[in-house]
Design a protein around this ligand. Sequence first.
Ligand SMILES: [Zn+2]
Length: 315
Amino acid sequence: MYLGIDLGGTNIAAGIVNKNGEILKKLSCPTLPGRPFDEIIGDMAELCSNLLSISSITEDEIKAIGIGSPGAIDNKNGVVLYAGNLNWTNAAICDELNKYYNIPINLENDANAAAYGEYAMCGKKVKDFIFITLGTGIGGGIIIDGKIYRGFNGAGAEVGHSTLVFNGEKCTCGRKGCWEAYGSVTALIRQTSRSIMLNQDSLMAKSYKETGEINGKTAFDAAKAGDISAQTVVKQYIEYVADGICSLVNIFEPELLLIGGGISKEGGYLLNPIKEYCEKNYFCKNIRQTEIGIAVLGNDAGIIGAALSARDSLK
Ligand SMILES: [Zn+2]
C-alpha cells in the first residue's frame, strides 16, 4: 500500500492507493495557504493518520508516501524550492513529514505527479508520454523513457508558458502570447465573452442572460445546438489547443499524449478536430504518429500519481 497526497492551494487531498493504482480510501482537508509549512505538514500527517484508521491499515503496511506539490521541486532532497501560491521558499517538507512517519517519501511537482498517474494507468506499454490539463491555466507533465522529466531545478515542463502568438494576449506569468492565454478554460471564457458582446442574438448570449454565467461549456453547448458564432469560437479555441499540441509533438514525439481538465469531458467533439489538425500539421507526416486521447483519472490523477511515483521511486 502507498499513501498519495495531492497538495493544492485550496485543499490537501490524500488517499490510500494499492500497488495497482486503485484508491481504497480518500480524504481531504483545507490547505489554508500562507501558514508556515510545518503547520500544513502537521495537518497532512493528521489526514494520513485518519486515513489509516478508517481503513484499518497499519503504518507498517505503507511502503512509501508520495506528495505532489505546486511549485519548483527538489526531488532528491524532498524540498519545495519555491511555491508562489503557498508562499513557501525552501520548505523541507519530506523531512518534516518524516517526523511523523518513518517511511520513504517521494516529492514531485503536482502536474508531474498527475502526469505520472495518467501514464502509469493508461493501460498502454508506452515509454514517452505527455499529459496536458486544460483548466484555469494549461498544466503539463512529460515522461521520457518511463521517467518524469523535471528539468535541472524541478521547474520544467511548464508547457502552458510556451509562446503561441508573439506579443499576443497577456499571460498570468507576465509574458505575452503564452499558449495558456489562448488554450486554457480561462482563455475560452474570455473568447466566449468577446463573441457574446458582438453577437447579442447568439445562443451563448441567451444562455448568459438566463444564467448570468459564462463558463467553459457555454460556447461548446451553443455550438452543439447549431449556433454559428459559438461554432466559430469553439473552432478557433480548438485550433489554439491543437497548435500547441502540435509543437509539443514536434519537439518530443511522445507515443501517447492525453488531455485532461474539465474541458476534456467534451470528448470526441474536442478530440477529433484536434487529431485532424495535428495530422495535417505535424512536421513528420509519413510515419506512425503520436496517439492523442482523453485522460481517464480526473481529479484523482494527483493522488494516484503521487502514490505510484513513490512506489516506483523505491525500485
Ligand atoms: Zn505565461
